[in-house]
Design a protein around this ligand. Structure first.
Ligand code: SF4
Ligand code: FES
Length: 251
């Protein structure tokens, strides 16, 4: 089994792809395979990871042209074509690179973010947009004596968005982001909507106005790639559609 890995570091004229051959084994993840490459072939291959359990969000990368978490993507499933994801196509890194998906795994950095080294991208823009939408709870009254009780229905709706691990897979998969680097992006908008619907919030609809800008809600073109690639089942496209409906006055 071959791994074709994007390589780049400061000072290189242009990126290159290195191909390595390793034995595949049941349960081997792309992250595990990268560790193997570091150990057996080239310890300079750079990538991010932390939890190794699909919790921290730091190992997102472009695997066979789809943003995925390396720690939960199994190599054998990829080669068998079991992990195909129906996303709208969009320019991603090097469109001309050729690979055989039945024999090779293609590993590249997340699109739409500057590459620092190999598979490591600079997440500054992603977090700048996220912070610009003030992702903190602003409760409506003084702290209660015990806890704030919530209706189970409200909790259920909030959970559609609270599972986000800020991996930026949706950011890397969004064609709008590729055409407009100022677009706030699916994850930030979903988080804004999550606070908007939180019954403990004091601000009500005012929250939505934070993204009522040309690069906010209205910039979404409803491709839906965000939902298709999200490893946590979050649906930014649904949050955006609901916010737009509310802002238009047809709840
Ligand atoms: S919404 Fe999903 S894909 Fe986007 S950052 Fe959150 S967990 Fe990752
Ligand atoms: S290493 Fe934490 S999500 Fe993959």
């Amino acid at each position: 089994m071959k791994l074709k890995v994007y390589r780049y570091h400061e000072g290189m004229d242009s990126p290159r792809y290195d191909t390595f051959e390793i034995d595949s084994s049941p349960g081997l993840t792309v992250l595990g395979a990268l560790f193997q490459l570091q150990k057996e072939f080239d310890d300079s291959i750079a990538f991010h990871y932390s939890c190794r359990g699909a919790v921290c969000g730091s190992c997102a990368m472009l695997i066979n042209k789809v943003p995925r978490l390396a720690c939960r993507t199994q190599v054998e499933s990829l080669l068998k074509g079991e992990l195909d994801v129906p996303i709208s196509s969009y320019p991603a890194i090097n469109e001309t690179i050729e690979w055989d998906p039945e024999k090779e795994v293609l590993i590249e950095p997340l699109p739409h973010l500057p590459v620092i080294k190999d598979l490591i991208v600079d997440m500054d823009a992603f977090f700048k947009y996220y912070r610009s939408l003030e992702p903190i709870l602003r409760p409506s009254d003084d702290d209660p004596e015990k806890e704030r009780l919530m209706d189970p229905e409200h909790v259920k709706e909030l959970e559609l968005y609270t599972n986000c691990i800020l991996c930026a897979s949706c950011f890397g998969a969004c064609p709008v982001e590729g055409n407009n680097p100022e677009y706030l992006g699916p994850a930030a908008l979903a988080k804004l909507y999550r606070f908007h619907i939180d019954p403990r919030e004091a601000e009500g609809n005012e929250r939505l106005k934070l993204a009522d800008t040309p690069n906010g809600w209205s910039a979404c073109d409803s491709y839906g790639n965000c939902y298709q690639v999200c490893p946590k089942g979050v649906s930014p496209i649904m949050a955006i559609a609901k916010a737009v409906r509310e802002l238009n006055g047809d709840k």
